[in-house]
Design a protein around this ligand. Structure first.
Ligand SMILES: [Fe+2]
Length: 215
């Protein structure tokens, strides 16, 4: 399998290139920033880009959609509660899968940071967008969106095995990637066992960071 974590401008955004090495079928997740550099990775490896996938619609994860689609003919894959399909788009819902050569992309709907947030599982790799970062979680307000994020983290992500590798949408942690097990054991937000405690940490995050020397 070809798997690349690529800088994508913005606030230390990551794009991801996944491909089945035998069939050359590829997916590019969250293109933004210097899309020419991302497209060069596709061309240089002679990949057949089937999908442009957005973990959510925020501009810093989707600004390159049109340029990449125009250059490759790839279909845009994003969350759609009605799972509509057109000539250029594939809407996906929780649990949907798409083939990528002999591999499979599985989509988990993880609302919270945004209503359309998706995480993408391919083999033992989980792309978490802005739902889960290394050592923290995606930004929300303090209302229903925070509760949705808490539920998404616990019901969709923490049910996965420890060895699943975590690849976030921004490089904001001590390391650019992690595992479900490491986050389960160390991520202060995931160590909060009730929504009230999770919310309290969100409210006091700046103070917590200062106290614990987190950048
Ligand atoms: Fe975002």
């Amino acid at each position: 399998m070809i798997f690349e974590q690529l800088p994508a401008g913005g606030d230390r955004n990551f794009a991801y290139l996944l491909a089945d090495a035998s069939g050359r079928e590829a997916a590019l997740v969250d293109p933004a920033g210097n899309t020419e550099a991302l497209l060069a990775r596709v061309r240089d490896q002679r990949l057949d880009l089937l999908y442009v996938v957005n973990t959510h619609g925020h501009f810093d994860h989707s600004a390159g959609n049109a340029a990449v689609q125009a250059a490759t003919g790839a279909k845009l894959v994003r969350f759609d509660p009605r799972a509509r399909r057109t000539a250029t788009e594939i809407g996906v819902r929780d649990g949907d899968e798409l083939p990528l050569g002999r591999r499979t992309l599985r989509f988990l709907h993880t609302p919270g940071h945004s209503p359309d947030s998706l995480c993408i599982l391919c083999g033992n790799k989980l792309l978490t967008g802005d739902t889960l970062f290394v050592g923290k979680v995606g930004g929300t307000g303090y209302g229903e969106d925070a509760r949705e994020e808490y539920e998404s983290l616990h019901r969709k992500l923490l049910v996965l095995p420890d060895e699943i590798e975590v690849y976030p949408g921004h490089d904001v942690g001590l390391t650019p990637s992690s595992t479900i097990g490491h986050e389960r054991r160390t991520n202060p937000f995931l160590l909060r066992k009730t929504f009230a405690a999770f919310l309290e940490l969100k409210r006091n995050w700046l103070e917590y960071k200062r106290e614990h020397g987190i950048a």
